[in-house]
Design a protein around this ligand. Structure first.
Ligand code: GLC
Length: 695
């Protein structure tokens, strides 16, 4: 890539030899990847584009603030920074969490208390007014939604976060812009250069041809994939909503624009870009226009260029696609480990809810067993809930492997989580019912889907215990799976559905807002106080304490580094999931009871993996695996390593044992003498590191 012309251009560009050398070395390292991928996509147009990109990169490199350049160097020394078990993500809307960007800055102690190292603030760049798909219809990528603050507030917050070891994560919507975005406005006004930024067709011929193989994303409120726009005089490609215009990545100018946006925002302090709707970038007639090979070439090129200027930056792919397609977002063949650094593990999330409903982990086991391994330098974004609905992405082949019918099981899950299935504990809402396919996606907070709503309504303490135990179980699997756990705001307090969501007119038609509640800071204070007693009694306090314990154990468990995989093992009991991680420090075997039943579990599958004695990191208890069967409590999670307690003075973690007792039977505290209880609780912090989390 370093032609004599380029070398001369570089000499001119720098005053400082060291800077020039750094840029040049990175260009030598990543330039060929950039050029090869651009040539494969843009053919003859690539070389002109590369010249333009060099100017964009040089400009951004010069403008990059010194503290971010230092971060670049630090990250180059620690390329696995996203993979360690200390990474904890938190995902929130700015306004719902803290009102404004400055408000977020005032809540950082709370995040630190949870051990958060990665903060994804849901769309905050200026969206169109009115309905804007939760901010995903962006009108201006260079400014912030006015009521949240300014772009300088964003830089200041990023700096503050960085100082506390928290990476700022922002959405970058790659597939579409709002129809009010300057590019779309100029296209509408007839500027030819900007019309080429979009897919605009004069009549229905091409749209109809594409529609034959295109799915519908929002069949309820935006059926079809094209929208007639009278002013633009054509059918505009709008995969999502009518006001979200798909951009044309076949146009090299679009690539240049997005690279410029990425580098500009990176220089504002964004460390991870969530590449929204990335699967849809490339359109090809006769296909579903998702996951096309060009998508990976474009991402590879964007990443290579970003590494040259800002190697501290990482990409996360928001590709909610089948496992066989998903793996390419982390890289396969030429792109192995060189596209996105992280991708959502949607299947895990879906399968967790599926097993919880069916009390059967065989489908989950089969799906994970068939999952292709990821490149070792990448990581998963693992989650229990997010701001979107849950679509039942259960593959027919996986279902067939365990004797189920895919359509029937998906139907069951929709029935179950909408509360229609007899005996269901869930309180979800149906989102986007598609009569042709029968799809019914589900909205609802994790707590409401896990049964807390219903339990509190019935006033049945046993049901409340089960709901909280389910929530903790799902979080235990998420945290034990490996990857960056993405805690969704409010789940740490078991927040319930926001049943008033429709009071905001722009939200009324989109019931995903039911699980985007306002943060309740009074509840936070009471949950923290409750947890601090060591004997939490409120649902929020119990959830908060339980989650913090799981996070603390995770942080000190090296087996959870994302370079190794969690693989399922066949389990002798369908209610129980077995996950195995093989790490240089030894095997970590996880055991999860997905049912409300006490299970008698044979010890031989555990003994095969761990030998005669195992130590549970979560409960700090020891198990003799050569002996009788294991008694697994309802929704119990074990993280087992071989041998006895590695701590010099072994004591069972009374705190966790007690917490589990409360989760199951809160009244147990009343049955013990107060003196005994006082002694029990005051000695815990010295015995067990699990109370040492900040906050
Ligand atoms: C992503 C977002 C979702 C949004 C869509 C269109 O899937 O998570 O909320 O509706 O992209 O931008």
């Amino acid at each position: 890539m370093l032609t004599p012309d380029l070398a001369a251009r570089l000499r001119l560009a720098f005053d400082d030899d060291r800077d020039a050398e750094t840029f040049r070395l990175r260009l030598e390292r990543y330039g060929p990847e950039l050029a090869d991928n651009l040539r494969a996509v843009y053919g003859n147009h690539a070389d002109a584009l590369i010249g333009e990109l060099l100017e964009v990169m040089l400009h951004a490199y010069h403008a990059r603030p010194a503290d971010l350049k230092r971060l670049d160097e630090a990250r180059l020394l620690r390329p696995d920074w996203l993979q360690g078990p200390e990474m904890v993500g938190y995902v929130a809307y700015v306004d719902r969490f803290a009102g404004t960007l400055r408000g977020v800055g005032e809540r950082l102690e709370y995040l630190e208390g949870l051990g958060v190292t990665y903060l994804h603030l849901l769309p905050l760049l200026r969206p169109r007014d009115g309905e804007n798909d939760g901010g995903y219809a962006v009108q201006d990528y260079r400014s912030v939604r006015p009521d949240l603050g300014t772009i300088d507030d964003l830089s200041a917050l990023a700096r503050e976060l960085r100082g506390r070891g928290i990476s700022l994560v922002l959405d970058l919507v790659l597939n579409h812009v709002a129809e009010e975005h300057e590019w779309a406005v100029r296209a509408t006004a007839g500027e030819a250069a900007y019309r080429d930024y979009f897919h605009i067709f004069p009549d229905r011929t091409q749209p109809d041809a594409y529609e034959r193989t295109l799915p519908e994303i929002f069949p309820d409120f935006a059926p079809g994939n094209f929208t007639w726009n009278g002013e633009a005089g054509g059918w505009v490609w709008t995969t999502f909503n009518r006001s979200q215009w798909d951009v044309n990545w076949g146009n090299p100018a679009v690539f240049r624009e997005y690279l410029d946006l990425i580098l500009t925002l990176a220089n504002r302090g964004v460390e991870v870009f969530r590449l929204d709707a990335i699967a849809f970038l490339w359109k090809r007639l006769g296909t579903d226009c998702q996951n096309q090979p060009e998508v990976h070439r474009l991402t590879h090129a964007l990443r290579a260029a970003t590494r040259i200027v800002a190697p501290a930056v990482a990409f996360k792919a928001e590709a909610i696609v089948a496992p066989g397609d998903l793996i390419h977002y982390l890289g396969s063949r030429d792109h192995h480990g060189r596209v996105s650094d992280m991708a959502y593990h949607n299947s895990l999330m879906v399968q967790l809810w599926s097993s919880l409903a069916s009390r059967d982990t065989r489908l989950l086991t089969a799906a994970l067993a068939a999952f292709p391994p990821k490149p070792t330098n990448t990581t998963w974004g693992v989650y229990v809930r997010c701001h979107d609905d849950i679509g039942w992405a259960i593959a027919d082949e996986d279902a067939a492997r365990v004797g189920l019918s895919g359509p029937a099981h998906r139907h069951f899950l929709s029935d179950f989580y909408s509360g229609e299935f007899p005996g269901s504990f869930a309180r979800g809402l149906v989102f986007q019912h598609h009569p042709q396919t029968g799809d019914r996606r589900i909205s609802g907070t994790a707590a409401s889907l896990a049964g807390l709503d219903l339990a509190l309504e019935t006033g049945d303490a046993e049901r409340v215990n089960d709901a909280l135990a389910r929530l903790l179980l799902l979080h235990a699997v998420m945290l034990g799976f490996g990857g960056v756990p993405l805690l969704y705001m409010g789940d740490e307090l078991a927040l319930l559905n926001d049943t008033d969501f429709a009071a905001v007119p722009a939200h009324a038609a989109d019931n995903r807002w039911v699980h985007r509640p306002q943060m309740d800071w009074e509840l936070v204070a009471s949950a923290q106080a409750d947890a601090a007693t060591g004997q939490p009694v409120t649902p929020a306090g119990r959830m908060f304490a339980g989650l913090r314990h799981l996070l603390a154990v995770r942080r000190r468990t090296p087996h959870l580094h994302a370079s190794t995989e969690s693989r399922p093992l066949p389990s002798p009991d369908p209610c129980v999931l077995l996950l195995r991680r093989e790490h240089p420090t030894g095997v970590l075997l996880q055991v999860y009871n997905f049912s409300e039943h006490h299970i008698t579990f044979p010890t031989w599958p555990l003994q095969e993996q761990l030998g005669a004695v195992a130590h549970d990191l979560l409960g700090e208890s020891q198990f003799h695996l050569g002996g009788p069967d294991l008694a697994l409590e309802p929704y119990r999670a074990l993280w087992l390593v071989a041998g006895g307690n590695s701590r010099p003075t072994h004591q069972p973690c009374l705190w966790y044992a007690q917490l589990r007792l409360w989760v199951r039977t809160p009244n147990i505290a009343l049955s013990t003498s107060s003196r005994w209880r006082r002694n029990w609780w005051t000695c815990i912090p010295r015995r067990c590191g699990c109370m040492s989390a900040k906050g």
